[in-house]
Write a new protein. Structure first.
Length: 139
């Protein structure tokens, strides 16, 4: 099973920078802060733009939030950058041996639990906004 993509924390990092420094940022500054390649930053910013969270134009200060930090939840960011469908965070291995009572029943026994875990995580992410996070970034 894969971890939740690092794109999630990178996207929050990017949005936090834009919220704190709305007219001062360049792509290179963002890439330096995140400590990754500018191509990765552009890709994530494209996802945030497609999700309606960001406007992007070339040049200094070319990225602007389309919503206030109070209106952007962590769930919004999670959904913008993670291509995980509903109840798809966890996957149960396939092709279990159906002649084995565990192999025959593992998917049905486990999937509802895993769906509840994903739902609880998404509910928690929905409760936290970008503005609640950025107050932690003191000088």
């Amino acid at each position: 099973m894969k971890q939740i993509s690092m794109r999630f924390s990178m996207a929050i990092h990017i949005l936090s920078l834009i919220a704190l420094y709305p007219n001062e940022l360049t792509g290179d500054f963002i890439a330096g802060s995140v400590n990754t390649n500018p191509v990765v930053i552009r890709r994530i910013m494209g996802m945030l733009k497609k999700a309606g969270l960001l406007d992007v134009r070339p040049g200094v200060g070319g990225a602007k939030l389309r919503k206030t930090p109070e209106e952007i939840s962590l769930l919004d960011v999670y959904r913008a950058v993670n291509v995980i469908g509903e109840n798809q965070l966890f996957r149960v291995h396939e092709d279990s041996n159906i002649r084995c009572r565990v192999g025959r029943n593992i998917e049905s026994a486990l999937q509802s639990e895993l769906n509840e875990v994903q739902s609880a995580m998404e509910q928690r992410l929905a409760q936290t906004t970008l503005s609640q996070l950025i107050v932690n970034f003191s000088e």
